[in-house]
Design a binder for this molecule. Structure first.
Ligand SMILES: *Cc1c(COP(=O)(O)O)cnc(C)c1O
Length: 459
């Protein structure tokens, strides 16, 4: 048996982690996770941790689901790999495509498989430009996205994303991608005294203004997450997405919904676009499609785009070795069936979603919390220095990181995005487990409050 210290030393010597300051992690030592069950993880010291982030927004059905393990092992022994390039297909890929057409909104009959969400968004860029080419409008190639969006970490994914820290490394964004402001009411609406609903319309009209500035004949598509996840669980006002849909319709701009987090039940409908009231032309998915048990992603292609790609045709010169990977698709099939058979979407919509919303409405009364928001099983708590005015903490004090440190020690995984503390627990979570999670959150808020007081950071 290797000790934790031993794992950490080997890790520091050889493993460069994603989105990590290598030197500072090497100094601290990584936390080594060794097993999991349901909504809990165990680390190499045997500590039990409540995983309120579903791994990385993906373990929708929770850990330890036998049906997924069996699907993977069966497929591994029968046919571990074959590609879909050479006019070939495998049964799991075909069956998953069929099932996805069934559970997605009616405009979706076709899917393009990838290995991840980032690859899905790269596919979106290639595909929307191909679409407009085939329609004889090759100049229509600009894609509009939003600041503080997250669309992955490949060159196109990071370019579509609106994370300035990512753009600063590697000369991004690539040409033909522009960003408008995000629909974050607290930061961009509240200071102007707009109500949430007023602000939703203002933010949607930023899209119209950008389309008019560029010229509609130049704009290929608009892409957005129904609820921004990595940006800090930013739930847009209810007026935002329906107005975005109207703007896209008015100018013929393709609407792309990045459902990598919001898909597969997270918001209380199968897909976030259904919760938000849009009818996208393309949907990117990944994460929840396999509950993260194996990597898989893809793009649902609406009939408006699919018809052009198929009928005006020629070869679409794009694809991945693992597009339609049989093991990944077999697990995806078992996972989507399990979500359906367990009624997890209804569980979120009618039971634990509203229950979490109520718990968060109570947490909103905590002296450290400026706003508390949920959408389905995603939640955010904004930590503020002064509850009365909503004034922010001194960024140098890093309130979010202080709180996250307490979460770590208390056996709770909650993520900090600046001063927004965010969660997205597995959809199988029960009311009793939500009580357990919220009690931990409250304890961590209390501990953070005590630290802020001791450090003279309050009021
Ligand atoms: C995680 C994520 C991606 C990228 O998916 P990967 O599988 O990490 O490449 C894209 N979009 C959104 C909204 C995500 O949350």
């Amino acid at each position: 048996m290797r000790t934790t210290r031993d794992w950490q030393d080997a890790d520091a010597r050889h493993f460069l982690h994603p989105f990590t300051d290598f030197r500072s992690l090497a100094r601290k030592g990584a936390r080594v996770i060794t097993r999991a069950d349901g909504i809990h993880l165990w680390d190499s010291d045997g500590h039990r941790i409540l995983d309120a982030m579903s791994g990385l927004w993906c373990v929708n059905v929770g850990y330890g689901q036998r049906a997924l393990v069996d699907a993977a092992t069966r497929q591994l022994s029968e046919l571990p790999f074959y590609n879909a390039f050479f006019q070939t297909a495998t049964p799991p890929a075909i069956e998953l495509a069929e099932l996805l057409a069934e559970v997605t909104p009616p405009q979706f009959e076709h899917v393009f498989f990838t290995g991840s969400g980032s690859e899905g968004n790269d596919t979106v860029v290639r595909m929307v430009r191909r679409y407009w080419d085939l329609l004889g409008e090759p100049g229509r190639d600009v894609i509009i996205s939003r600041r503080n969006a997250y669309h992955g970490s490949t060159m196109a994914g990071a370019s579509l994303g609106g994370m300035s820290g990512m753009h600063a490394q590697g000369g991004l964004p690539i040409p033909g991608i522009v960003h408008i402001e995000q629909p974050y009411w607290w930061a961009h609406g509240r200071p102007h005294g707009w109500s949430r609903d007023e602000f939703g319309l203002v933010a949607a009209r930023w899209l119209e203004q950008e389309i008019l500035r560029l010229g509609p004949e130049k704009v290929a598509a608009f892409i957005g997450e129904p609820v921004q996840g990595a940006g800090g669980v930013i739930v847009p006002p209810a007026t935002y997405w329906p107005e975005v849909q109207r703007v896209c319709d008015r100018y013929g701009v393709l609407l792309v919904s990045d459902e990598v987090i919001c898909g597969f039940g997270r918001t209380g409908r199968w897909f976030g676009c259904e919760t938000m009231g849009t009818r996208p032309d393309l949907m990117t998915f990944a994460k929840g499609v396999t509950s993260g048990y194996v990597p898989l992603g893809g793009v649902m292609v609406g009939e408006r785009v699919a018809r052009v790609l198929i009928e005006r045709g020629g070869e679409f010169a794009h694809g991945y070795t693992y597009s339609g990977h049989p093991v990944a698709c077999a697990v995806g099939l078992a996972n989507v069936r399990l979500i359906r058979d367990l009624g997890l979407v209804e569980h979120v919509a009618n039971d634990v979603g509203p229950y979490l919303a109520q718990a968060y409405a109570d947490l909103a009364g905590h002296p450290l919390v400026g706003e508390a928001e949920t959408c389905g099983l995603m939640g955010a708590l904004l930590l503020v220095r002064d509850k009365a005015t909503g004034a922010a903490f001194d960024p140098a004090w890093e309130a979010g990181m202080v709180c996250r440190g307490h979460c770590f020690r208390e056996g709770l995984i909650m993520r900090a995005v600046g001063d927004r503390m965010i969660i997205a627990p597995p959809l199988v979570i029960t009311r009793t487990q939500i009580d357990e999670m919220v009690a931990l959150i409250r304890r961590c808020l209390d501990l953070t409050l005590a630290d802020a007081r001791a450090a003279g950071q309050l009021g």
